[in-house]
Ligand binder design. Structure first.
Ligand code: ADP
Length: 355
């Protein structure tokens, strides 16, 4: 695919082009933590002294404690995911390049009515690579990756969820370019139910306020990635907030083959090509995560067949063979039901974007 090959070669330099020096966020708090990780104590003290009057304007009304919490629990910078780590999904990868990667790489080409929407919704069954795509975008764009799940917003931070949402978006602005990945976004966007707690309701309201205000500045480089396994629960207002909706389907045969081959690469195994094909045949309907689980289950076969594991030598472990996969196939079943799959296909034909 020449189009995609070109894309792959340009993204290498993307991180470098987009990387801006990241200053400390504010005196104390997260920036101190960052310095402690990197510099000598003396240098830190000097640096801290110089930084002292600087508190980023955008964080002025945010409690330092919250900034720290966000830095430690939500922000990931150390990841190195490439497009090659994501098996199959050629169409989705192409669409992501058009919707997100190229606009970040060449903002001058995507202005005015070509300006990309700030949000992209990834929908599809669980375990199909939505989170992987989010990480890959952040990694390839040299962006800070914020990852939250809607349920953690409403459960873990009960009592201060609203403030945390505000803090999260403020930190995201300071740490641009950023990718904010929100899993289970359906539960934050959908109609409030009667029995819902007041605290949850307020978190949702604050989230929508922040979402709507996010990245509206011309120069803002914040990408919102919403992920959902239940797109059919999104109402029209929710769909309007995510005008681009991308289907992340179950892996096809070739995709499954790549996942299996990648996982077996670092193991000794005796599978012939024909046996590998047989595994692919028998995993129709498996998600990427299911295939991953299957391979891990199979990889335990050789260990299980050792009589005395405690004293076994590494060299005594036999290669993984086809029988291990046959056994694993009796243990691991596809996690996505045909009915569930059908609802994704229907949503895609009604509201999905094409590559
Ligand atoms: P979700 O769609 O639920 O966000 P994830 O991206 O978290 O799924 O995928 C879960 C795991 O399944 C990944 O960490 C990876 O091991 C495996 N996986 C799923 N899809 C793929 C894929 N297309 N290529 C490679 N691995 C995959």
């Amino acid at each position: 695919d020449p189009y995609f090959a070109g894309a792959a070669s340009t993204t290498g330099s993307l991180a470098a082009r987009l990387q801006r020096p990241r200053g400390g966020l504010r005196r104390g708090g997260a920036s101190t933590m960052a310095r402690q990780r990197t510099g000598s104590v003396q240098h830190q003290q000097q640096q801290q002294h110089q930084d002292e009057p600087e508190v980023d304007e955008r964080l002025r009304n945010i409690e330092p404690r919250m900034v720290e919490m966000i830095e430690s629990e939500i922000v990931t910078t150390a990841h190195n995911v490439t497009w090659d780590d994501i098996a199959g999904l050629g169409q989705a990868k192409r669409a992501v390049h058009m919707a997100v990667i190229y606009p970040l790489l060449r903002p001058e080409l995507f202005q005015g009515i070509r300006a990309p929407p700030k949000g992209l919704l990834l929908f599809g069954p669980p375990g199909t690579g939505k989170t992987l795509i989010g990480k890959c975008i952040a990694s390839q764009a040299g962006a800070t990756f914020f990852s939250i799940s809607a349920s953690s917003l409403t459960s873990k931070w009960i009592g201060e969820g609203e403030k945390m949402v505000r803090a999260l978006f403020a930190v995201a602005r300071v740490r641009q370019p950023t990718v904010i990945f929100i899993d289970e976004i359906d539960s934050l966007l959908t109609q409030r139910t009667d029995g819902e707690q007041e605290a949850t309701r307020r978190i949702k309201t604050e989230f929508l306020v922040q979402l709507d205000g996010c990245g509206t500045g011309e120069a803002d480089r914040i990408i919102l990635l919403g992920a959902t396994n239940r797109p059919h629960e999104l109402d029209e207002a929710a769909r309007r907030r995510f005008p681009k909706r991308l289907y992340v389907p179950l892996p096809d045969r070739a995709g499954r083959r790549t996942i299996v081959a990648n996982l077996l690469r670092k193991q000794t195994h005796s599978l012939t090509d024909a046996q590998l094909e047989a595994v692919c045949d028998r995993t129709d309907g498996f998600s990427g995560a299911d295939v991953d689980t299957l391979c891990r289950e199979a990889a335990f076969g050789p260990i299980r067949s050792i009589a005395d594991i405690a004293s076994a030598r590494v060299d005594d472990v036999r290669p993984i063979d086809f029988a291990d996969f046959e056994y694993a196939l009796t243990q691991v079943r596809p996690s996505v039901s045909p009915k569930d799959l059908e609802s994704h296909i229907r949503f895609n034909s009604l509201y999905g974007m094409s590559a």
